[in-house]
Design a protein around this ligand. Sequence first.
Ligand code: SF4
Length: 367
Amino acid sequence: MTDTQAQQRRSQPSDLVRHDWHRDEIEALFQLPFNELIFRAAQVHRQFFDPNAVQISTLLSIKTGACPEDCAYCPQSGHYNTDLEKEKLLEVEKVLEEARAARELGASRFCMGAAWRSPRQKDMPYVLDMVRQVKELGLETCMTLGMLTREDADQLAEAGLDYYNHNLDTSPEYYGQVITTRTYNDRLETLANVRDAGMKVCCGGIVGMGEERNDRAGLLQELANLPHHPESVPINMLIKIPGTPLENVEDLDSFEFIRTIAVARILMPAAHVRLSAGREDMNDETQALCFFAGANSIFYGERLLTTDNPEAQHDRALFERLGIHPLDPRVEASDESTEHALRADVAAQSAPWYDALQSGQTETAQH
Ligand code: SF4
């Protein structure tokens, strides 16, 4: 029996969700021949999700620039001189206008980001109002506002916030090269506060910041060994912004990016692995390989916080060419229950090929 056959035989969905990954196991996955790695990732993907469904989120910056943190990749940091136009906290009505437009474009989740170290008490009533009103439009809500105390997290959860985004960014070892104004532990504490308040977690990182493969493995290890896997795992490719300390860092090979997606899928089989920032610099073929390797979420629309994102129309055309349809937000995989995983597995076994007609109907029904 080959390694692949043995692995296939062992891989029941319930065995695949683990929280005890060792760094050398993860590095061994990264070192697999490319085809072997993405094939294994695709197998895991099919056990937990419809492989032709991609969840779509739209992101709006609700407060832009002048952030006191010093994240070396970020044009919003007040520490660096970039061409970014700063903007105060947006009015609730403006946010709702954008949320309605996102819904029209097929987004199921609306993410709102503010460049803060942490939210100020005087801003909380506006932020909570945004959550309530965006939810009333029938969209899932996500926010990223910096570090949260348990009290902040409770207030957001009570307002109905579904997801909170707070990234670990990179491995604990490389972290100090990228950020000095908050610690890795600060981040883990915010994630624990979000989880304890009952919200879902969106947490990932950025690759291509000059880190080594070992750091990419370290980031994924931290994420996979959290007590509960994040429901969303954004994997960003660095966008090199002039004026930031990382503007001249060396490019990451796109195959290494796809490998990172594949390893994330294997380590966190029930999470939505998201192609986030940097997607506009990827060609369609790279994105297609990412979807095959297990990416099943994207940001969609014209803007991704402060950086250009491929236009919605191009994304739609790519989905059509690949036979991909938007994921129904009511269908969630969970590492608490493998029931959906098993159902998806059965469905994947019995209908492995994409049915374009059926998919088109699904899409129409959702809008
Ligand atoms: S905390 Fe967020 S907005 Fe502020 S500099 Fe870091 S990444 Fe940018």
